[in-house]
Design a protein around this ligand. Sequence first.
Ligand code: FES
Length: 110
Amino acid sequence: MSWVRVCGVAEVPAGGMRAFRVEGLAIPVLVADLGAGRFAATSGICPHEDVELEGGELVAGRVVCPGHAYEFDLVTGRCAHDAALILRRFPVRVVDDEIHMRVDLLGVSG
Ligand code: FES
């Protein structure tokens, strides 16, 4: 199991989210501050119609896609509007104020 650095904790807006490029991944990684020192790392691309999620909003642990306002839970990946859509998530950890994700091209899909 291999972990890679995504960003520094300070690079993620408090209570917000930001997309980052990670070497070896074709997709941007969305990192969200869930509060209390918890972070989520997900695909930065909406599974509905491939819109980049960074321009959306973070509301109560969900990212609201700027495309059609579908909401995705950042922990479970579930879509509040279409049960068939799951946002890909990645295992994440914080080490010395840096956020790392596990390199896993398939991520967690369910
Ligand atoms: S592209 Fe994200 S909800 Fe449609």
